[in-house]
Design a protein around this ligand. Structure first.
Ligand code: AMP
Length: 139
């Protein structure tokens, strides 16, 4: 498998070299808003330590990330009065992965509302408002 690239965009977010809208972090994980949200409240959860995806992650990295996915999944249910949550995760380009630092998508869902198409940049102010709702639900 290809080696981890320390200059991938999420590694730069972890080092604060590029901006992100953070909603939660602990010693092992970070959650921040997706800039191309496919649903209101779409966020990403990543480990703070390097790995490309599920295929090279350690059991400890996976355990830490899934703990945070559950925490944020519950928070978005509250924040958006959601009916459910979709958790997505892709491995390698053929598996749909575009950024090669392990991440899980957390997407609040409502009955009969489809996900928006991928690849459309969100409005920064709206994303910031959604992030604030998630932080409030966590507190
Ligand atoms: P994938 O690797 O297919 O799971 O997709 C990567 C995800 O990262 C997409 O949903 C992008 O919208 C998102 N993304 C890419 N760059 C950034 C960024 N700088 N900040 C937040 N999300 C990003």
């Amino acid at each position: 498998m290809t080696a981890y690239d320390p200059d991938n965009i999420f590694a730069k977010i972890l080092r604060d070299e590029i901006p992100s809208t953070r909603v939660f972090e602990d010693d092992e994980t970070l959650a921040f808003m997706d800039i191309m949200p496919r649903a209101d409240g779409h966020l990403l959860v990543i480990p703070k330590t390097p790995c490309r995806n599920v295929l090279d992650a350690s059991p400890d990295q996976l355990a830490a990330v899934i703990r945070t996915v559950q925490k944020l999944g519950r928070a978005v249910m509250t924040a958006f009065d959601a009916d459910g949550v979709t958790v997505q995760q892709f491995n390698e380009a053929a598996g749909g992965q575009e950024v090669f630092h392990l991440h899980f998508h957390v997407l609040p869902r409502h009955e009969d509302v489809s996900l928006r198409p991928p690849g459309k940049m969100g409005d920064f102010d709206v994303i910031a408002e959604h992030a604030e709702k998630i932080r409030a639900a966590l507190s």
